[in-house]
Design a protein around this ligand. Structure first.
Ligand code: MG
Ligand code: MG
Length: 248
């Protein structure tokens, strides 16, 4: 699906709301704070900007918050609640916003206070893998080159890439087809054209790539209990190269 200039303008605005939610979340998240408090702060940004949440009530059972908070071995889809952040944790925050029917979706992982050198390296490598993927988003390139680049960075650093959860096209729905794997799936995939918009979101584990879902039916954790990090942006393919929407 290719978006016209008017649609891209709406997605740009949705992206800015998501970036503001990230900035607020980053400020609130510190040792002693609960993940529910971060969700509440993000909710106030949506209200202030007149934007809707694409996370709240999503799926089955309906997701109960406007952000996902995934701490340490949690990969994605952690539910905010009474969980208290501690010095040394790493925390992934994923959230989205809808502006005039158009969606933004982005995630980042941050250290809570001082963290181990290995945890910091996982965060930095995961972000670098996203940036390497975004660089592939040029007109005429093939979609699966994104995942190939992500995988090269993550595995090159000795980490592993999650297979069961992937990025996605995005527009009038949060999750549109096609999917964007974070690894080379064996075929090059569709040719990238200007106006296509994707949420690219590498999930990188310090240990093995396998995942499992907790009894809450949402929270995805590493099967081996190792740390995991997650970075995501919503990005358009344009004639001038990739344009990241989920930035201030
Ligand atoms: Mg997301
Ligand atoms: Mg996403």
């Amino acid at each position: 699906m290719r978006r016209n200039a008017e649609e891209l303008a709406k997605m740009r605005r949705a992206g800015k709301v998501v970036a503001e939610m990230h900035a607020v979340a980053r400020e609130v998240a510190k040792p002693g704070v609960t993940t529910a408090e971060i969700d509440a702060a993000a909710r106030r940004v949506l209200e202030r900007r007149g934007a809707a949440s694409n996370f709240l009530h999503y799926g089955h059972p309906p997701f109960p918050a406007v952000i996902c908070t995934s701490r340490n071995a949690k990969i994605v889809h952690g539910i905010p609640g009474p969980e208290v952040l501690e010095e040394g944790d790493i925390l992934s925050i994923d959230c989205g916003a809808i502006v005039e029917g158009y969606h933004g979706d982005a995630a980042f992982t941050m250290p809570i206070g001082r963290v181990s050198a290995e945890a910091m390296r996982l965060i930095e490598v995961t972000e670098a893998s996203l940036m390497a993927g975004i660089k592939q988003m040029t007109v005429g390139n093939r979609l699966h080159e994104i995942g190939r680049a992500v995988q090269r960075v993550a595995e090159g650093a000795g980490f592993s890439v999650v297979r069961e959860y992937v990025g996605h096209a995005i527009g009038t729905a949060m999750h549109e087809q096609p999917q964007v794997p974070n690894y080379w799936p064996g075929t090059p995939g569709p040719t990238l054209k200007s106006g296509m918009v994707f949420a690219v979101e590498p999930m990188v584990n310090a240990g093995r790539p396998e995942t499992k879902v907790l009894d809450d039916q949402w929270t995805v954790v590493t099967a081996d209990g190792s740390l995991s990090a997650h970075f995501e942006h919503t990005i358009a393919v344009t004639a001038d190269g990739p344009e990241v929407f989920t930035v201030p």
